[in-house]
Write a protein that binds this ligand. Structure first.
Ligand SMILES: Cc1cc2nc3c(=O)[nH]c(=O)nc-3n(C[C@H](O)[C@H](O)[C@H](O)COP(=O)(O)OP(=O)(O)OC[C@H]3O[C@@H](n4cnc5c(N)ncnc54)[C@H](O)[C@@H]3O)c2cc1C
Length: 473
């Protein structure tokens, strides 16, 4: 039998070996498999924390490949040049990858695919980042969904293929092409001194992802419905950073949820419906990519949001010194851990877009820079949902009152004490870590007096509602 030519396995945000359709297909094709990661414009465009987290993920993924006797070839440059170059160097007859759905990746992948096919190289993309391809969910009229509840009804009983195991063996080439060294890329450089603090909160890699899912299914999912909104408890799965980099497949999470449901664990249904929120975000980004940059409802362009990032209130919000304790606690949690509780995301987003009347894009950009679970679709949808200009959004007149939110979801103040050092005789390490992570140029001091609110809960609400009532749309 003639030797089968190598397959390039183009790795992107899918840093796992199990339940990886492109990898399984590459192994099944029969020839050597050459995994490659390209540092292109989509990687260079990442914010500081997501880029740092990517480096961590790549390190873990390289180790997992090496355990199987394989490697990850690293190259930098436009994928449209790098991939054909590697095809020539290795004599590859096929290039396989898992689909991405953001407009920049879609445009890139379309070009790469058509170039390869024109050169008679088998170029195939596979699903795996999502449960349901965005174009496969349609209303009865053949349109896309703009509202979550009917979307959920349309997908909740769909068959999702069970996750498949990692291949026992990954065939290797006789000669490996040259690779850059990950450390030379300095992907974490923009984190500066924050990286040391952040690294204490991150366990990258597929094995860690599966272990965390297992722990949540054993100990957390039953009470997920009651605990998921509590800021002072660890009541959610914390799967988001792993899903963001594809260190775990959504299908694995979905099947774990189905099993928990079959075992009668009460919160499992809610968990499945939250996974579907992620799908809905991708559905929206695919059908209306302007959600990433523009008000999803065009009429909101006329709304008098402030757009100048240099404004004092923006600086205070970014530096977590608004004087509104629950808002500052949440922003500090994100700065120290790269993660923020979902309820807290809604509270800080509402405070910025309503109390401070600042454009959601400014908050979105801050999250782009700070979140290790950064996801283009979920972040854009989350911001537009809170701001009131998105699909199926919370109405603008629904203004989260940060004080009552704190009373309800952090009744003893434990969350606020965890993250705010000022005013505590012996602040916990978590609260002090914020001061170790922020740039020195901010000149923050944990012993300083905690600031008065930049805008009080009542004044902010009144101003926001007045602007809303005066709008001309
Ligand atoms: C302003 C704002 C910005 C956000 N930015 C991001 C982001 O950049 N990346 C991100 O992954 N999520 C984002 N979210 C959604 C949500 O806050 C996180 O997915 C969730 O907090 C992650 O924690 P978890 O994994 O413990 O979630 P769990 O409660 O355990 O939920 C399980 C999974 O369901 C998905 N999910 C849950 N809630 C949502 C939601 N509202 N929208 C989309 N998917 C959801 C996530 O993949 C999550 O990992 C944002 C929400 C808001 C309001």
């Amino acid at each position: 039998m003639a030797d089968v030519s190598p397959t390039l396995l183009w790795i992107r945000r899918d840093l796992r070996l199990s339940d990886h359709a492109a990898l399984s297909a590459a192994v099944a094709r029969g020839g050597p498999v050459i995994p490659v990661f390209v540092r292109d414009h989509t990687v260079d465009a990442l914010g500081a924390a997501p880029k740092w987290r990517l480096e961590q993920g790549l390190e873990a993924f390289i180790a997992a490949l090496e355990e199987k006797g394989s490697r990850l070839i690293l190259r930098a440059g436009p994928a449209r040049e790098v991939i054909p170059e590697l095809v020539r160097e290795t004599g590859a007859g096929a290039v396989y990858w898992q689909r991405a759905y953001d407009p920049a990746s879609v445009a890139r992948d379309t070009d790469v695919k058509s170039d390869l096919r024109a050169a008679e190289i088998a170029a195939e993309s596979f699903s795996g980042h999502l449960l349901f391809e965005p174009w496969s969910v349609e209303t009865k009229q053949g349109a896309y969904y703009k509202v979550y509840s009917p979307y959920w009804r349309a997908v909740k009983d769909r068959e999702v293929a069970a996750p498949v195991a990692a291949p026992a063996k990954i065939p290797v080439p006789r000669d490996w092409p040259e690779s850059a060294a990950l450390a030379d890329w300095h992907l974490g450089a923009a984190m500066n001194r924050g990286a040391t603090v952040l690294s204490g909160h991150v366990l990258p890699g597929e094995a860690a992802a599966q272990a965390r899912l297992g722990t949540f299914m054993r100990d957390g999912v039953a009470e997920y419905g009651e605990r998921r909104d509590r800021l002072d408890q660890q009541g959610t799965s914390r799967m988001s950073e792993y899903l963001s980099l594809g260190e775990i497949s959504p299908a694995r999470c979905w099947h774990a949820g189905l099993r928990a449901q079959a075992e009668g664990k009460a919160g499992a249904g809610k968990f499945l419906s939250e996974l579907a929120w992620r799908e809905f975000a991708y559905h929206l980004m695919w059908h209306t990519p302007h959600i990433l940059e523009e008000n999803w409802r065009e009429e909101w362009r006329a709304f008098p949001w402030k757009e100048d990032r240099r404004l004092r209130e923006v600086r205070l919000w970014e530096q977590a010194r608004t004087g509104m304790a629950v808002v500052d606690a949440a922003l500090r949690e994100m700065y120290v851990t790269g993660y923020m509780h979902n309820r807290a995301r809604m509270i800080v987003a509402s405070y910025l877009t309503k109390h401070l009347m600042v454009h959601w894009r400014i908050g979105q950009a801050w999250f782009d820079d700070c979140l290790i679970d950064w996801d283009p679709a979920a972040n854009a949808m989350g911001w537009q949902w809170v701001a009131g200009c998105g699909p199926d959004a919370a109405p603008y007149f629904r203004v989260f009152n940060p004080e009552t939110q704190a009373e309800k979801f952090d009744p003893e103040g434990a969350y606020r004490r965890t993250w705010i050092a000022e005013g505590q005789a012996q602040p916990p390490q978590s609260a002090l870590d914020y001061f170790a992570a922020v740039p020195r140029s901010w000149q923050l001091d944990p012993a300083a007096e905690y600031p008065a609110p930049v805008v009080s809960a009542q004044e902010g609400r009144a101003a926001a509602l007045a602007a809303y009532e005066q709008r001309e749309f």
